[in-house]
Design a protein around this ligand. Structure first.
Ligand SMILES: C[S@@+](CC[C@H](N)C(=O)[O-])C[C@H]1O[C@@H](n2cnc3c(N)ncnc32)[C@H](O)[C@@H]1O
Length: 96
């Protein structure tokens, strides 16, 4: 099924997402941002600062401190192909 915010809301009702830290005016989640944002009420967020995956970890190389190193940072940074990568980024940006 396509990963849209509407589908995520329908599919994740069974699973609870709990904050990892919470104060009177601050809540921290460590979970799938699409699933978390789908549950937040409208006008709930004051500011969004994002540092998303750039999908660059695909067995490429780069130059770090004068040395050739692998770019691979982890599975979370692997490209799923242009269409799926774009869909993910458009989905979270739209939800923001
Ligand atoms: C470019 S890194 C950000 C690193 C972070 N700024 C730091 O200094 O530790 C992107 C992060 O997004 C996380 N990530 C990937 N997909 C995600 C998703 N669907 N929801 C939430 N986080 C996600 C990855 O685990 C990774 O830690």
């Amino acid at each position: 099924m396509e990963k849209t915010i509407a589908n995520i809301s329908k599919n994740t009702i069974q699973r609870s997402i709990n904050p990892v830290y919470k104060t009177e005016d601050f809540v921290l989640y460590n979970d799938d941002c699409l699933e978390v944002m789908a549950r937040l009420p409208n006008n709930y967020v004051d500011m969004i600062f994002a540092d998303p995956p750039y999908n660059l970890s695909n067995d490429g190389i780069t130059c770090h401190a004068g040395k050739m190193v692998k770019v691979n940072k982890g599975d979370w940074d692997k490209s799923q192909g242009f269409k799926k990568d774009l869909e993910f980024h458009e989905t979270w940006i739209k939800e923001c």
